[in-house]
Design a protein around this ligand. Structure first.
Ligand code: SAM
Length: 247
């Protein structure tokens, strides 16, 4: 069942007031009744709880916290995705699926060969929709954290960010030798790792962009001999890393 995200100010002395669209979902879709239980997450402190419903009406659902859920659904590795802006609504698909798999923050990136060019207004509208999709995916997959969908950035921003990661991996279809397995197996497993992943748009990255990212410290890795769609590459890369460190 869904996990309902609330902010800390909706919790007072173990009493929780759920508001907004979730109220309709609880009463009309899940048809929950008083005394039944649901899972909530305080998104300000990333803590999850089992709560018992006391009262349901059109405006809000009141619950009492029964117990904290100690074990987390979050992965033991943080993976931020730098996603080349894809065409049409593929970004929505990538956001939904990578959140289910366990992605950290998602940075939409404009590369040279991106067909999509977003003006400020369109970007704001897209970000609003993408954040809604992120919250819905986090609820459905019972994450303890809603991944941030960051503002659209460029390759220079990635180069500035590279140092904050234990490794940043560039999925590069022309990479003949270096493998994801080799790069992951070199990492120190005795700490919570922070990994960045760069996936190009439909048209890929230019040689110049690849060069720039390598100089900044990114490691090129192949995802196999076949050419994957941008939306497939993100899922493959995320899944492989989760497989390596969590499963
Ligand atoms: N050069 C590609 C082509 O010939 O169609 C265009 C880029 S591909 C559709 C989109 C992105 O997915 C690439 O920029 C890369 O990040 C990733 N990708 C696809 N296949 C890959 C592979 N076999 N190894 C590593 N990355 C891959």
């Amino acid at each position: 069942m869904y996990k309902f995200f609330v902010s800390s100010d909706q919790i007072q002395n173990n009493h929780v007031k759920i508001l907004g669209e979730d109220v309709k979902h609880i009463s009309n879709v899940l048809r929950l009744q008083p005394l039944e239980k649901l899972t909530i997450c305080d998104k300000d402190v990333n803590k999850s709880y089992v709560a018992e419903i006391n009262n349901i009406n059109k405006e809000y659902v009141e619950c009492t916290i029964v117990n904290e859920i100690k074990e987390t659904t979050e992965s033991n590795v943080n993976i931020d995705l730098y996603q080349g802006l894809p065409k049409s609504d593929k970004m929505e698909y990538i956001i939904q699926k990578t959140i289910e798999i366990g992605v950290g923050n998602i940075y939409p990136v404009t590369f040279e060969r991106c067909v999509v060019k977003l003006d400020k207004k369109t970007e704001e509208k897209k970000l609003e929709r993408w954040k809604k999709i992120a919250e819905a995916a986090a609820k459905q997959s019972k994450r303890d954290v809603i991944s941030n969908i960051e503002n659209v950035i460029n390759i220079e921003n990635i180069c500035q960010n590279i140092k904050k990661y234990d490794i940043i991996l560039l999925a590069y279809e022309n990479e003949q030798n270096n493998t994801l397995k080799y790069e992951l197996q070199k990492l120190d497993r005795d700490k919570k790792l922070s990994i960045g992943v760069i996936i190009g748009p439909e048209g890929g990255l230019s040689e110049k962009e690849v060069e720039k990212l390598i100089i900044a410290g990114a490691k090129c890795v192949s995802l196999g001999k076949r050419i994957l769609r941008t939306e497939t590459a993100s899922l493959v890369m995320l899944s492989d890393i989760i497989y390596e460190f969590e499963l």
